[in-house]
Design a protein around this ligand. Structure first.
Ligand code: NAD
Length: 261
């Protein structure tokens, strides 16, 4: 990925100590990126750390809760100090509701927390990084930075037992469109990767339910998605294989979004 003029590109992947984020970090590290990983734990989990170390890419872990303003500021100051640049932001951190409650019983506390992390954290981290990207582009330091938001099929699919999650992901889809529009004049592409049913720690508690839905044909491609499926879509964007697209949605869902008769 080093173009010989600008040096090795740098990617920040939020929520990358497990699941989809960890796979994205490794995929990018294997393809020429230096990586800043992020999570809320004091130290990076060894199960996600060793595959990343094996890539040989430069790697820094930033402990930060993206829902906190001071933590978002510390992400950017660490990036400035450690790498001095950012080429790719992957907004992956996300949480399910603290408990699955019917829409008629949804709590304000659960709603606030999910929105704070999935939507507000993503929005304001993007704002901070976008300002820096504009500076880097105008200074000729980084040629074509990009932003990828990991949303979900929940951004347009109703699940009445986790409405707050659906609402947060619908918001992430609009964040994608807004920043794609605003940053287009600076040559910064903004994309949304929309995963379907992916086997990760997040879906562990509902594995049986999804096993049954998949074998019943809910997805045209009858299998679980893997974190690697999502990571490869992010890599295609990171490599610049969608040069005349911005605000684009890439469905990584086994065809779930198709309407069938
Ligand atoms: P996961 O629980 O393994 O990963 C989520 C990561 O986000 C974890 O590493 C967690 O530590 C981190 N995180 C949570 N809150 C954070 C915070 N406040 N600040 C920083 N990091 C935080 O689950 P996953 O399935 O890999 O989910 C990754 C993303 O993909 C999420 O945004 C999720 O909504 C989305 N997604 C997942 C699926 C799926 O089926 N697994 C489907 C669609 C979308």
């Amino acid at each position: 990925m080093d173009d010989g003029t600008h040096g090795r590109p740098v990617a920040l992947v939020t929520g990358s100590s497990s699941g989809i984020g960890a796979a994205i970090a490794v995929e990018l590290a294997n393809n020429g990126f230096d990586i800043a990983t992020n999570g809320t734990r004091a130290e990076e989990d060894s199960t996600s750390l060793s595959p990343l170390q094996a890539t040989g890419a430069r790697h820094v872990y930033i402990r930060a809760d993206i829902s906190r303003k001071s933590d978002r500021n510390s992400i950017i100051s660490t990036l400035r100090e450690e790498f001095g640049r950012i080429d790719l932001l992957v907004n992956n951190a996300g949480i399910p509701p603290p408990s699955r409650n019917d829409l008629l019983e949804m709590t304000e506390e659960g709603f606030d927390r999910v929105i704070e992390v999935n939507l507000k954290g993503t929005l304001f981290l993007t704002q901070l990084i976008a300002r820096w990207m504009v500076e880097l582009v105008s200074g000729g330091r980084v040629p074509e930075p990009r932003i990828v938001n990991i949303s979900s099929i929940s951004s347009y699919t109703s699940s009445t037992a986790r409405g707050e999650y659906c609402i947060s992901k619908a918001g992430v889809s609009m964040v994608t469109r807004l920043f794609a529009d605003r940053l287009s004049e600076h040559g910064i592409g903004v994309y949304e990767v929309r995963p379907g049913i992916i086997m990760t720690p997040m879906t562990e508690p509902v594995r049986k339910k999804y096993d049954d839905l998949i074998s019943g044909g809910i997805t045209p491609l009858k299998r679980w998605g893997t974190p690697g499926d999502v990571a490869r879509a992010v890599l295609a964007i990171a490599r610049g294989y969608l040069p005349f697209s911005t605000g684009e949605v890439i469905n990584v869902d086994g065809g779930f979004h198709l309407r069938r008769l």
